[in-house]
Design a protein around this ligand. Structure first.
Ligand code: SF4
Ligand code: SF4
Length: 94
């Protein structure tokens, strides 16, 4: 194609810092429900951590450690996949 410059001659474009995309505060638009766990029933399978689309499951030393509500958008997936049925979705009182 005549007239097109090789990529080496193109002007350098702008750069977008990746951080906001890596840690979006999805908890800011939660559905109105939030997960609540009964830790006595947790078998530490971490399926909730695998399936949570927003990295809102906290894991400390390889063990389930609750939810990060700054990231949780209330999608209910963790409650649906928990084999111990120990996660319940409750009204989000803020
Ligand atoms: S409801 Fe559960 S799966 Fe959905 S974002 Fe919150 S912690 Fe993650
Ligand atoms: S899916 Fe349920 S049993 Fe498994 S780690 Fe999460 S809360 Fe615990």
């Amino acid at each position: 194609m005549a007239g097109l410059r090789p990529w080496e001659e193109l002007p350098i474009g702008g750069a977008v810092e990746p951080d906001p995309a890596l840690r979006p505060r999805t908890g800011g638009w939660r559905t109105g429900l939030r997960p609540q766990v009964d830790l006595d029933g947790c078998v530490n399978c971490l399926l909730c951590w695998v399936y949570c689309p927003d990295s809102a499951i906290r894991v400390v030393d390889g063990a389930f450690a609750g939810f990060d509500l700054d990231l949780c958008k209330g999608c209910e997936i963790c409650a649906a996949v928990c084999p111990a049925e120990t996660i319940a979705m409750v009204a989000d009182d803020g």
